[in-house]
Design a protein around this ligand. Structure first.
Ligand SMILES: [Zn+2]
Length: 474
């Protein structure tokens, strides 16, 4: 990011996340992505006169869960409001949203620096339809209309593009982890609006802000912020003034362009939605939802390091995909070296699922019980790391137990007598290494141990071999 020494970036974020309820917010239509245009609609979700909406209880629960996962206070009394505006993507000419009584407020997400990004509120609303531009004409598709959406609004706490990108990634993982949204940015189920202003370093007063709307790619969000920050700094340097406005980021040209004048809140003429009763929740229900939440992925990451002794970098990659992290935990029950599991998952399994979606969906057919058998064989020293890797690849091809590929002879580890004999061979055939070891070169011992491990194809306990050899030569 180009740093203009004079100016500090001040930014806030509004993130829209579509909830993955089966049906829409006020009717029984499906929320499935895609489909023939206007096929997932009914008189209620296109707002025909005389229809009555009925609120989807699952959407309320999901919103509360999102609030709990982001450290919010949950309002036991909340209400839906009408936000009035005229635009073709909204057939009723109002959007049912929440204004002064949102379901969740005063939360935060902590960045790796320890800085807390405050979440002002999370409210529930309905999504609008989608305009489709084709051959110079504009069509409207209401399939997306009335899909439940939450809007997560932060305070203007961001001071760099990096902080914004880390926050988006943390929010995405957190919400996806609790299963209330698939958070697929490429399908638009997670979209961000960024408010940006700049001010001289040390100043308290905020500058005039602009808002870049509707971005759904991490890469472009980063670029758009950098562009807009530089544009405002240059404008101020030239003696100009930033105008409060809504902008669109044009990805192909890496510029922002003016969209429509920013409406002030009162222009929407919010008023309570008369067709939906206020949402009243009990503390008991909130507690039940809190108990139902899975472990937070960032807490899980730290636990993976301490409980299973796997490297921080590996833990981070695995917890990123909840289903794979679950598979890992199911597989390492009673396993002495869970590190072997992490290595095989990252080296072999991940390679077969190159895209993010494949890893997130983890539809690969491999039983944790079979993987556990393989890890047990490794623990018992009956397989070398290389043999285990080869076997794991076969298991991934066919989803069979490792025993399906092994004969009795493969699994028979040499007994103590045989190990003793092999250690003797190692010493006799490597006198130079024995002398080196005695002369203080500790590494020379590895040659002797390696000799035995190779002769048994790794099917014996390295520590026992080391001990036996040491007894012989000291
Ligand atoms: Zn409908």
């Amino acid at each position: 990011m180009v740093i203009y020494m004079k100016y500090e970036l001040v930014a806030g974020l509004e993130t829209h996340i579509e909830l993955s309820t089966k049906t829409k917010l006020f009717c029984g239509c499906t929320t499935e992505f895609g489909g023939e245009q206007n096929a997932h609609c009914c008189p209620i979700c296109i707002g025909l006169p005389g229809t009555l909406p009925k609120i989807n209880g699952a959407a309320i629960d999901y919103t509360i869960m999102a609030g709990l996962a982001t450290n919010c206070e949950i309002s036991l009394y909340s209400r839906m409001d009408r936000k009035n505006y005229v635009y073709p993507d909204l057939p009723k000419a109002y959007q049912v949203s929440q204004f002064d009584f949102p379901l969740c407020k005063n939360g935060f997400i902590e960045l790796s620096s320890g800085k807390k990004i405050r979440i002002n509120r999370i409210h529930l609303e309905e999504d609008a339809g989608k305009l489709v531009h084709k051959n110079g004409d504009v069509y409207v598709d209401y399939n997306r209309g009335c899909i439940p959406l939450i809007e997560v609004v932060t305070e203007p706490d961001f001071r760099s593009a990096d902080e914004i990108l880390e926050y988006i990634e943390k929010l995405r993982l957190t919400i996806k982890n609790i299963g209330v949204s698939d958070c697929k940015m490429q399908e638009g189920s997670m979209r961000c609006d960024v408010n940006i202003s700049v001010r001289p370093f040390g100043a308290e007063k905020f500058g005039t802000r602009t808002e870049i709307k509707n971005m759904n790619s991490i890469t472009f969000i980063g670029k758009a912020i950098e562009y807009e920050y530089a544009r405002q700094c240059e404008l101020l340097d030239e003696g100009g003034k930033v105008v409060q406005e809504t902008l669109h980021y044009i990805e192909s040209e890496n510029i922002t362009t003016s969209a429509r004048d920013k409406e002030d809140a009162q222009d929407y003429r919010y008023f309570p939605e008369p067709d939906i009763v206020p949402i009243v929740t009990t503390a008991k229900r909130v507690e039940e939802l809190r108990q139902s939440l899975p472990e937070n992925p960032f807490v899980r990451m730290v636990r993976f390091e301490s409980d299973y002794g796997i490297a921080a970098e590996d833990a981070k990659i695995i917890v990123r995909y909840k289903l794979i992290a679950d598979f890992f935990e199911d597989s390492v029950k009673n396993i002495k070296s869970p590190r072997n599991a992490a290595n095989l998952i990252i080296s072999s399994l991940f390679r077969r699922m190159p895209t993010e979606t494949e890893k997130e969906d983890f539809s690969y057919r491999i039983d944790a019980a079979h993987f556990n058998e393989l890890l047990t064989l490794l623990d018992e020293g009956k397989l070398s790391a290389n043999q285990a890797k080869t076997l794991f690849e076969k298991m991934l091809d066919e989803n069979k137990s490792p025993h399906a590929y092994l004969t009795e002879a493969d699994l028979t580890a040499p007994d103590d007598g045989e190990i003793e004999k092999l250690c003797r061979d190692a010493v006799d055939n490597n006198q130079k290494s024995v002398e080196d070891y005695k002369a203080g070169k500790d590494k020379a011992l590895q040659v002797l141990v390696g000799y035995v491990m190779k002769a048994t194809k790794g099917k014996c306990d390295g520590a026992l071999v080391k001990e036996t050899i040491l007894k012989m030569i000291s």
